[in-house]
Every structure is written in C-alpha cells, then in structure tokens.
Design a binder for this molecule. Structure first.
Ligand code: ATP
Length: 500
C-alpha cells in the first residue's frame, strides 16, 4: 500500500528513525542511515534476539581473504541473473522481472530458461518499456577490494556473517570445553552488490545480519533436551503443496516430525523462532508463517530450508525476514579441504566426524522495517507506532506541564532519576502538553510522565499510557518500579487508579 509506505517513510525520515545514507549528496540506492530512534530500535531487536541460552556471540572482520570464498563456494555460486535494457541501459534482475510480471518463482533455473520466459511472454523493461533486452547473464554479488599498498591482495566484503562462525569453529569448540551442540552467533554487517536495491530495507547493499550457527553431531539430530517444552506447540506451516491455495496449516511440533519427516532438532528451532516472533516481538499470529522451500528453490547445500515470512501491508504481501537452514557439513568440510585444517571432532564413542550445522539467519534491517510496518497505526486524531513496550526506542518521556514555577526543575530531577535507573528517557518542554504527547505517540513512546502543580505539593506525577491515553498518578519515589512493571507489560489499571 503506497499510501501507508509514504506515511511511514515521512515519519521515519522526519523523526530520526532512518533516512538515505549520504543524503545531502543525493544518496545511493541500497544504503541507509539509522537515526537516533532507528539505532535504538535496531539495538532493541538485537538484544531481544536471544534464541537459545546455549549460544555465544563472536565478532569478526567484514573483510575476508579470497580463499574463504573460494572454499565456501561464493566465488562460483553467489550470483544473480542480470539483464539490461538495450534502449535505456537500465540493469535489473531477470528473476525479479519474471516474478513481478508473471508471478512465477524461477529460483534455481538456468539463464537460458529465463531468457525463454522473457521472450515467450514478451516482457519489457520496467523503466522505459522497451522489449529489447540483453541476454540474461550471471553477476557475482560480492564486493571485491584490493588490499595493500599496491593492491597486492584481493579480499572481499563478506556477503553473510556465517562464514566467520565456520572459520572460528575449531578455536571456539576447544575454548568451550569441546561440547556439542554449540551455537556461535554473529550480529554484524554483510554486503551484497544487489543489482536492483528496492523495497526500502528489503534489498540493501550494506545490511546487518544476526546469524546463529549451531554445530552438532548429526547422529544426535533427533535428540533434543527440551523437546517436551515444544512437543505440543503449534507451528504455522506454509507448505510447498499449499502455495496455490495460500493455506497455512497449524501443526504441533510432534506432528511436523512425524508427518513431514523433519528432524526433531530442526523442528525445535522452528518453534524457538516462531516463539520469538509471536511472544517477544508480538507479531500478530496471522501475519507470521514458516514457508517451506522446495529442493529446486533452496541452495544446493541446504538439506532443509524454511523461511520466516511476515505480512507487510506496505509491501503488499508476505516477505522473507529470516531463514532456517540445515546446511549439513557442507561448510566445515569445504573449509577443511580449502585450508587443510582438520574440522573433525571426536564424540564420546571415540568416533571422528565433521559437525553438521543448523543456521538461523535473520536480516536485522528487514525485521526492523517489519516492526515499523506492523505496529504503525492510524487513528482519527493521531498516527502512532504501537510498538511492544519493551521494543520501543524511547521508553519514557517526561514533560513539565508548563515552563514556569519550578515545574521544569522538578521534571529534570525525575528525568535524572529514571535515567539513572537505566531507562531510555526523553525530556521535552518545548510546546503545549497536548503537542508533546502527540510527538511521543508518533515515535511509539509507551510511557509519558507529566509534572504538574500537584507534583510540587505531593511529590507525585501523572503516568500516561500511549495506547489508551489513560492516566494514573504515581509517587515519584515509586516511579522506577512502576515504570519497570509497565514496560514489562502490566496494565495501567493494575498500577493505579485512572483519573479523568
Ligand atoms: P533473498 O532471497 O530475499 O535474496 P536470501 O535468501 O538470499 O534473500 P540469505 O542469504 O538466506 O537471504 O540471507 C539471510 C537473511 O539476510 C535473509 O532472510 C534476509 O533477512 C537478509 N538479507 C539477505 N539479503 C538482503 C539484502 N540485500 N538486504 C537486506 N537484507 C537481506
């Protein structure tokens, strides 16, 4: 819905969520800056992204040697089909043209086959409408850099964070007491020279990924310690056979294992990921689905692949925000061959093997944008983001009712009290109280505090709930605990008496 997209973008750019990078020089497609609110929102997502108590975060370089990508297969396979309009020289992805125009998914098919579809259906340049398009050819999406004084070494900006976890596996395995499974998580930048960046944060050239690689013994793929915690939990499965009807079926984890023949460990993580979306991010259930990818659609090294898709009104459909990939021992085996370093480990039966990998891969920016889309609300008198309280970039706002009679001084004291208690607080005294409320509603601040004349007498303040606009009075010395409970989801009515 273009109208909603325009509205959201206007608010986000004006209020400091995000805007085009290097905007004063015209910006570049696929590069964005997070403003102060966007940075806080993104960080909240990253902090909540905690899918398993057993994982450890590591950090690595964005630039990696060429040999890494020879072994990983990126130099050979990390490519998109490119075509160019002979008339206006606009370059774009052939698969996206076909998908947009004919609604057919062409993932995994050859360049010649795409050429044929384009010709048979008389498809035209999306920019100028000419039907004269060049033959489809493959284009590698990695950014290459020459390193050293005379550029003697070729390195690449990583196109995914995953490789760093594989490169560090052996070290971390020993440092972490040689136990499997272990999870190595990385939150960091990834770079792809996308042919046609578009859809705001959905096709960026520089973006952030949050990826968790879980290394495990393949013989134990059906042994999950906490299986009972998810056994009956219902997953929202969008199976390949239901693509046409668009039907999502709810199946218990137990049934998914039995009926779809998926390993328990894989299904356990499908459940952890769904819980993260529904319980932590509070995405409405009907906007969430786990989409099965067929053998043709998934990368050849992925034995099982489901994508997390969220329904976004602004982009008019379900969009991929994360993927859950069973990559087998493909990566460690290739790095073993390429580096000549053994990646084998030994289990308790003294058997040697290369661990397998289950990857949970999230695009942070796509998720941030989805949160912005899903929680945007238009009401009669106001536009607002109804972010889950814990995700809100600014948690509490404080205003004096008027800018005189010592009210600002008192309000500043409350501001310091809350800041020192660890909340993300914003102080404002510029404007009427009604306007200040609206500004905070618009950026999704859940709790607003006003210092009025009664505050001077009674040492208390009003606490206003963004969603209901109702208010209670709270003693200032009880404010930190009250705010904490409120941000953790307590209803305002449980924290005090609503007054008119
Ligand atoms: P797509 O099919 O949309 O190109 P992908 O399947 O290539 O994505 P992966 O390589 O599995 O994506 O990357 C994992 C995650 O990283 C994706 O689910 C997505 O959230 C994010 N991601 C990938 N490419 C981009 C991009 N160009 N811009 C923003 N996020 C991206």
């Amino acid at each position: 819905m273009q109208r909603k997209l325009d509205k959201i973008m206007a608010i986000c750019e004006k209020r400091g969520f995000f805007f085009p990078s290097a905007e004063i020089y015209g910006g570049k497609a696929g590069f964005w800056t997070y403003g102060h609110l966007g940075t806080l929102l993104k960080r909240k997502f990253e902090n909540e992204w905690n899918l398993d108590e057993n994982f450890y975060e590591i950090e690595d370089c964005n630039l990696l040697p060429e040999q890494v990508f020879v072994s990983s297969g990126h130099l050979e396979h990390f490519r998109d089909p490119l075509t160019e309009c002979k008339k206006c020289h606009f370059r774009f992805r052939a698969d996206e043209l076909i998908e947009d125009e004919l609604n057919i998914n062409v993932e995994g098919i050859k360049a010649e086959a795409m050429d044929k579809i384009i010709r048979d259906n008389n498809l035209k340049c999306p920019k100028c409408g000419s039907r004269e398009l060049t033959k489809v050819r493959w284009f590698n999406m990695m950014f290459e850099l020459k390193v050293g004084a005379v550029g003697e070494e070729t390195m690449y900006l990583r196109p995914e964070t995953a490789q760093s976890a594989y490169l560090s596996f052996k070290r971390e395995f020993y440092a972490l007491r040689e136990k499997l499974p272990i999870g190595l998580a990385i939150i960091g930048k990834a770079y792809r020279n996308e042919i046609s960046p578009r859809q705001v944060f959905f096709r960026l050239r520089e973006f952030t990924q949050a990826e968790l690689q879980i290394f495990f013994d393949p013989k134990k793929i059906n042994e999950v310690e906490n299986w009972n915690k998810v056994r009956r939990y219902k997953l929202r499965m969008f199976l390949a056979k239901n693509r046409k009807s668009k039907k999502v079926v709810e199946m218990s984890c137990e049934d998914v294992v039995k009926k779809l023949n998926l390993p328990k460990m894989y299904v356990y993580y499908l459940a952890m990921v769904q819980r993260f979306y529904l319980n932590i991010l509070k995405i409405p259930k009907e906007k969430f689905r786990l989409k099965e990818l067929t053998e043709k659609e998934r990368a050849f090294y992925n034995k099982i692949h489901y994508d997390v898709e969220l329904f976004l009104e602004t982009l008019e459909g379900f969009k991929e925000v994360a993927g859950i990939h069973y990559r087998t021992d493909y990566d460690l085996r290739n790095h073993q061959e390429g580096s000549k370093e053994s990646m084998e480990v030994i289990n308790e039966k003294k058997e040697k093997f290369i661990p397998h990998v289950l990857e949970l891969s999230f695009g942070v920016d796509r998720n941030v944008f989805s949160i912005v889309d899903i929680f945007f609300k238009e009401e009669k008198e106001r536009n607002l983001f109804v972010f889950p309280r814990k995700l809100a970039p600014i948690e509490v706002a404080i205003f004096p009712l008027v800018r005189k009679d010592k009210l600002p001084q008192k309000a500043r004291k409350v501001f310091s009290l809350l800041k020192d208690s660890g909340f993300i607080v914003f102080y404002d005294e510029k404007g009427s109280i009604g306007r200040m409320y609206r500004r905070m509603d618009e950026i999704g601040c859940p709790a607003m505090i006003t210092i009025d004349y009664d505050s001077l007498k009674n040492d208390d303040c009003t606490l206003r709930d963004r969603d209901t606009m109702k208010q209670i009075r709270v003693k200032i010395d009880e404010l930190p605990q009250t705010i904490l409970k409120f941000l953790n989801g307590e209803k305002l009515t449980k924290l005090g008496k609503i007054f008119k």
